[in-house]
Design a binder for this molecule. Structure first.
Ligand code: DC
Length: 224
């Protein structure tokens, strides 16, 4: 492996994308949001009226979708069949559908292949659910970033409310987050779990800057 790889996994709303982006900026690496890829696949299913809980239909449809992450002037965009869907994938509906369709092996294999291709060419900070366990098992640094479900729900609510797209109450979001945790952790294919060699970071009582500093410190240790 000639590239540098940092894997950040954890449950929904733990702050993975904010932190991963910051760490990538600080190190001059590319940030790869693998959840955005699963969300784009789910959006494709929803648009085609395909049930994301139907394995055969989901696998067949996603096989034909062109999903790409591109970096433009430091901003990451997700393209679905050439269309920029970066904004459209950030809804509860798409997230819930992504949690369903990401259970399927064929869907995972397609997106995992794309993720590895990027990491072979660029130094990356990649976040998701299975990066340390499956996608990049040889990453120099693996972080398992988590926080209490109530803290994650509050953060997710504030994020959605700031964009005017909350739709649900904080309690409803917490219930949704707990259901998503269960689904992501209990699935058969690449369930969310801490890799044995991952460093556990609980961000419940930490600021974004503190989490970022903790991860950079861990990276210094392994990259001496
Ligand atoms: O991180 P997120 O909320 O954008 O992810 C949406 C869903 O995609 C998540 O519930 C599970 C799935 N996912 C996955 O299975 N593996 C990944 N590496 C990233 C996301």
């Amino acid at each position: 492996m000639s590239t540098k790889q940092i894997a950040i996994d954890g449950p929904a709303g733990a702050g993975k994308s904010t932190i991963a982006r910051m760490v990538a900026d600080r190190l001059g690496f590319i940030y790869i949001d693998t959840g955005a890829m699963y969300r784009a696949a789910a959006l494709y299913l929803l648009r085609g009226n395909i049930d994301p809980a139907d394995e055969r239909a989901s696998a067949a449809a996603v096989a034909g979708a062109d999903i790409r992450l591109v970096n433009e002037n430091g901003n990451q965009k997700i393209l679905l069949n050439g269309e920029d869907v970066t904004g459209q994938i950030r809804t509860q509906e798409v997230g819930a559908a992504a949690s369903l369709s990401s259970r399927y092996r064929a869907v995972r294999e397609k997106l995992t292949g794309l993720q590895r291709e990027i990491a072979e060419k660029e130094n990356v900070v990649m976040d998701g659910r299975d990066i340390g366990t499956t996608v990049l098992p040889d990453a120099q640094l693996k972080i398992y970033l988590t926080a209490d479900a109530s803290v994650r729900a509050k953060r997710r609510y504030d994020q959605l409310a700031a964009k005017g797209t909350a739709g649900l109450s904080p309690d409803e979001i917490e219930a949704e987050i707990r259901a998503r945790d269960r689904q992501d952790m209990e699935r058969k294919n690449s369930p969310l779990r801490k890799a044995e060699d991952a460093v556990l970071v609980d961000s419940s009582d930490l600021s974004i800057d503190e989490v970022c500093a903790a991860i950079l410190k861990e990276y210094q240790k392994v990259c001496r």
